[in-house]
Write a protein that binds this ligand. Structure first.
Ligand SMILES: NC(=O)c1ccc[n+]([C@@H]2O[C@H](COP(=O)([O-])OP(=O)(O)OC[C@H]3O[C@@H](n4cnc5c(N)ncnc54)[C@H](OP(=O)(O)O)[C@@H]3O)[C@@H](O)[C@H]2O)c1
Length: 272
């Protein structure tokens, strides 16, 4: 780990949504390993027991230089998001980096068979949840530097937001909405020092497919048959890289594929 990136991140308070699994979990470890001397991590998700375990594992690995605060938060519940900042301990309130990572896909149904419940869960989490989190944290970032602002908002988009595919109409629409919101926000904040960053992964093996197939592990495993997907650590490295650039450098928009993938649906599968 280069010294420059560690120094730039030292002393920061980082908030990660959806930190109980996959990319969010890996991102928590990667920030902690990069700036182990002095960092505050706020880890949020619905499964708070997992967050407590991750907090303990991080502190066991890097020591007391990293303070970790696990907080149960369902981003799809506007009331919970609204009350979130007010309930934080004073020493964790000055958030420098928001990683809007919480997100999910439910099902592969095509219209007119898409369940209303799945539609609502995906929009409430991936879109409204991300926007509500951003609106809750932005005032903290805007107050810095006599109103000039400072901080990073890092949104997890997807190849799905760039290229809609069969069976993913709602998930793709939610990630396209993330892209639109992110681009508007970057323009709205152009007179500030706040960086608005979007990372768009291709195929990453996490709990994502298990959730998409309602817990059916066999269907989830089939998604990765014959390919070498990205790992959540691969994306975590990129998120921390983006947050660790010099203040004047904005990784505005980054698409990341594993080597076998060339689009949302074009991948080379080797026989298994
Ligand atoms: N895996 C991929 O191939 C891929 C590709 C492109 C983009 N992405 C995006 O990357 C992000 C992370 O996904 P992942 O692949 O790491 O999947 P994952 O392993 O299933 O992790 C998703 C995380 O989101 C959290 N979450 C879900 N609903 C939530 C809610 N209502 N409130 C708070 N937290 C919630 C989950 O925690 P709880 O269940 O504990 O709440 C979990 O920590 C998502 O935005 C996803 O769309 C993934």
């Amino acid at each position: 780990m280069s010294l420059a990136i560690s120094k730039r991140l030292e002393g920061k308070t980082i908030l990660i949504t959806g930190a109980s699994s996959g990319i969010g979990r890996s991102t928590a470890f990667e920030f902690a390993r990069t700036a182990p001397k002095n960092l505050k991590l706020i880890l949020t998700a619905r499964r708070v027991d997992k967050l407590h375990q991750i907090a303990a594992d991080i502190q066991k690995e890097v020591g007391d230089g990293v303070q970790v605060l696990p907080v149960q938060l369902d981003v799809s519940k506007p009331d919970e998001v609204r009350e979130f900042v007010g309930k934080l301990p004073e020493e964790f309130k000055d958030i420098d980096v928001l990683v809007n990572n919480a997100g999910l896909s439910r099902g592969v149904a095509r219209a007119p068979e898409i369940a209303e419940e799945d539609m609502n869960i995906m929009f409430d989490t991936n879109v409204t949840g991300l926007i509500n989190m951003t609106q809750a944290i932005l005032p903290i970032m805007l107050r810095r530097n006599n109103g000039e602002g400072a901080g990073d908002i890092i949104n997890l988009g997807s190849i799905a937001g760039r290229e809609p595919y069969v069976g993913g109409s709602i998930y793709c629409a939610t990630k396209a909405a993330v892209k639109s919101f992110t681009e508007s926000l970057r323009k709205e904040l152009i007179s500030t020092r706040i960086r608005v960053i979007e990372i768009d992964p291709g195929q990453v093996e996490t709990e994502f497919s298990i959730v998409r197939y309602y817990g059916d592990k066999n269907k989830a495993d089939a998604v990765y048959a014959g390919v070498t997907p990205l790992t959540p650590d691969d994306i975590a490295e990129i998120i921390v890289f983006a947050a660790g650039r010099k203040e004047n450098v904005v990784i505005a928009d980054l698409l990341v594929f594993p080597n076998h993938q060339a689009s949302a649906t074009i991948m080379h599968r080797r026989p298994t």
